[in-house]
Design a protein around this ligand. Structure first.
Ligand SMILES: [Zn+2]
Length: 471
């Protein structure tokens, strides 16, 4: 067989994939109007406490003059949930959109799919009661490419969202890779989270059992004397203040500050990760606790730094009460454009990746794909565990930036690339900086560069454009 035949075949296949490029689907209705309950689910799942979304009184007094939906929810309004996904047809009845492309790729063996990029543009914020219709089309299908995941085709779809007055209120571009499983340069193992570390076991006695039981239940318990109310840690047999034996405990808030810190260099033990940063945390309750930091480099640790409890399973049998950087407080008064300049850093923000966050985010965005909630099915599909969906990533990224900017900052667009998956038990840390700040048409436009890193690398990197009020 000559080389020309497979090439001609590839060209014909690409041409067939591109048959739908540019063909718009007919307008279709979303399942529900923009509504308050779905906004609340989303804000709960993302821990987004921006009053513009959930506080009618606060929102009424704001630039929005009433409750608005988080802009990154845009594609959530179009999700059909568990209902069967309908075919998309053009006005003249031809099958269009991503489905015909997906079917052809599936039939040719490109059966795996991964989202790689997304781009959102928000023309205005949506309000409860907004009725949306949408239409979509495939923008482009790439020739076959070799990627580290496997050989496949990238394709990009665009979706436009229109309101009841036929105005386009938002637009999303979504790029995915459909690839042949097993043709890449990495195995599934290479994407797996780090394996169990055989950490030394704590010595658990009758007097300390309550403490370790608490850690297993997600609580940090501090011994409290029932006689004189003194708190002590580590737990003791009797109260060092009054000598009493009647001891109980309180559950600590998990908030504190770094009282002192040190880095262990030598000797190094194989059961610990290095650099190993030991910190003495002063808890809000007043006692101190010797522990380790997670997600923070040694040179970033400072005395007085706010920290938060981050209970981590270092192996299947051992949970440890470690500490990470505290989430920066949400700004309640919006930054003025004049107070921001290019090069400014945003405070880093940790996001513990829990099963609750992954599953809650998937449900709040009406994404019922099994890989986001069912560990067994996720493994059958070649993933070591469930992983975060792209809409949750978008929700958390916008939360990070709007918490920094304040409730009256208006998000105009968001563009990001997805990288390493977010698996349960990991910790993602957002970092950001102001790329540019420029007045445009009487408004203050600020572009923020954002990166969310986990233990595997960059989960998300991209830019968001905000409009800030001017003095
Ligand atoms: Zn006492």
């Amino acid at each position: 067989m000559s080389d020309e035949q497979p090439q001609a075949h590839a060209a014909a296949f690409l041409e067939s994939l591109r048959e739908v490029v540019g063909l718009k689907s007919a307008l279709r209705e979303t399942r529900d109007d923009v509504n308050v309950p779905m906004i609340r689910h989303w804000c709960d799942a993302m821990s987004d406490h921006n009053p513009s979304y959930t506080d009618p009184d606060g929102a009424a007094k704001s630039v929005h003059a009433g409750v608005v939906a988080p802009p990154s929810m845009l594609d959530t309004w179009a999700m059909v949930g568990l209902a069967p996904r309908g075919e998309q047809l053009s006005d003249d009845g031809r099958p269009v959109g991503m489905l015909p492309v997906m079917e052809k790729l599936d039939a040719a063996g490109f059966t795996s799919v991964v989202a790689t990029n997304t781009s959102h543009d928000y023309m205005r914020y949506l309000r409860p009661g907004d009725r949306l219709r949408l239409r979509s089309f495939v923008m482009d299908v790439s020739p076959q490419k070799k990627t580290f995941l496997g050989e496949g085709h990238f394709f990009t779809t665009a979706t436009e969202y229109l309101d009841a007055k036929n105005q386009v209120v938002g637009r999303i571009e979504f790029r995915v890779l459909k690839f042949k499983p097993g043709t890449g340069t990495i195995s599934v193992d290479a994407t797996a989270p780090p394996g169990p570390l055989p950490r030394p076991r704590p010595a658990i006695s009758r007097d300390t059992k309550f403490f370790w039981d608490g850690v297993d239940q997600g609580e940090l318990r501090i011994q409290k004397c029932k006689g004189c109310s003194a708190l002590h840690h580590p737990p003791m047999v009797r109260c060092p203040k009054c000598g009493g034996y009647d001891l109980g405990y309180v559950v600590a808030s998990g908030r504190g500050t770094v009282y002192s810190h040190a880095e262990a260099h030598h000797p190094q033990f194989p059961m610990f990760d290095y650099p190993l940063v030991a910190v003495l945390v002063e808890l809000e309750e007043g006692t101190r606790l010797l522990t380790h930091m997670v997600g923070v480099a040694e040179d970033e640790v400072e005395i007085g730094m706010p920290v938060e409890l981050a209970i981590r399973a270092t192996d299947p049998e051992l949970n440890l009460p470690l500490f990470g950087r505290a989430r920066p407080p949400r700004r309640e008064t919006t930054l003025r454009f004049e107070d921001v300049k290019a090069g400014d850093d945003l405070d880093p923000c940790p996001v513990p990746i829990t099963p609750t966050l992954i599953v809650g985010g998937a449900m709040a965005s009406r994404d019922f794909q099994d890989v986001h909630h069912d560990p067994d099915l996720a493994r059958k599909r070649g993933s070591p565990n469930i992983f975060m969906n792209i809409m949750t990533t978008g929700g958390l990224t916008t939360r990070y930036v709007t918490d920094w900017a304040g409730p009256e900052a208006i998000l105009r667009n968001m563009r990001f690339r997805l990288g390493a998956p977010n698996y349960p038990g990991d910790l993602m840390t957002f970092r950001g900086q102001v790329n540019s700040a420029a007045p445009r048409g009487g408004k203050g436009i600020v572009e923020i560069g954002v990166q969310g890193m986990n233990q595997l690398g960059a989960h998300v990197s991209g830019t968001l454009e905000l409009e800030l009020p001017r003095r």
